[in-house]
Ligand binder design. Structure first.
Ligand code: HEC
Length: 229
């Protein structure tokens, strides 16, 4: 009799605990019936469900259409391959990043963390790595050499992007815009006063201001055409 009493108390206790655990409160969502109906299953993007092997490339995620460019990354498209012919063709590759004081200055900052340990702070190929003798430097002694004075900027871009000889690729360290800024800094060290800093940006701003004034003037005329007479 006493045993049956204990069993009843235990069962009632369990039932209460069970029921109360169904109630959601605070962080506890309670017991959910068929949770798949509320929370969609997250499939692994780079693999696929064993029962569902119909995906192209064996993964749930679809690859972007060929030629797709991520927004804002158009300048990552570089047309020349990492070959001798690609290097020669890169000579005509140019950028639309203006050669301004601030871009050259930013190039100096980037050079002083990504390049100086080989090429030296002033471009004399006397950075600690070349100085140590563990790695031979380039054939040109410093950036003031004719070779760097005359080298097309496109070829410099090619070399920074893919590397050349013992110099590795720096594409992972500098984005395309940064590569051009570093190039401007090297050319500025190389050519000194002869390196032309463009004032394009100022001109463009002035042109815009001028255009705005014209538009404003036209708008005023349209609003008060009578004033013309
Ligand atoms: C680990 C040492 C090392 C580092 C770091 C390095 N370079 Fe070089 N760089 C070299 C060597 C070696 C050469 C000569 C390559 C050759 O002609 O075979 C070279 C060549 C060059 C040239 C001549 C390119 C050409 O087409 O002939 C340029 C320009 C240049 N480096 C720029 C840079 C810039 C910019 C950086 C930083 C983003 C940099 N280097 C970082 C070792 C280095």
């Amino acid at each position: 009799m006493r045993l049956r009493n204990k069993t009843t108390i235990l069962l009632v206790g369990l039932l209460m605990a069970g029921l109360s655990s169904c109630v959601s409160s605070g962080d506890n969502p309670g017991i959910e019936y068929a949770p798949n109906m509320y929370i969609s299953q997250a499939y692994e993007p780079y693999s696929q469900e064993k029962l569902f092997e119909i995906n192209p490339n064996g993964m749930t995620m679809r690859e972007p259409v060929n030629g797709t460019v991520a927004r804002g990354q158009l300048d990552y498209i570089y047309p020349h391959p990492n070959t001798g012919a690609g290097y020669e063709a890169s000579a005509s590759f140019t950028s639309n990043i203006p050669i301004t004081e601030s871009n050259v200055k930013e190039g100096e900052r980037l050079y002083n963390y990504a390049c100086w340990h080989c090429h030296g702070k002033k471009g004399a190929n006397d950075g600690p790595i070349f100085k140590s003798g563990k790695m031979p430097g380039p054939s040109w002694p410093n950036v003031q050499a004719d070779y760097i004075k005359n080298i097309p900027m496109g070829k410099m871009y090619h070399t920074i992007t893919y590397g050349k000889g013992l110099m590795g690729s720096h594409a992972a360290i500098l984005n395309p815009t940064e590569r051009w800024k570093v190039i401007y800094h090297i050319k500025s060290m190389s050519l000194g006063e002869e390196f032309e800093i463009s004032s394009d940006v100022v001109e463009v701003e002035e042109m815009q201001e001028g255009a705005e004034e014209e538009v404003m003037a036209e708008a005023t005329q349209e609003e008060h055409p009578a004033e013309e007479h």
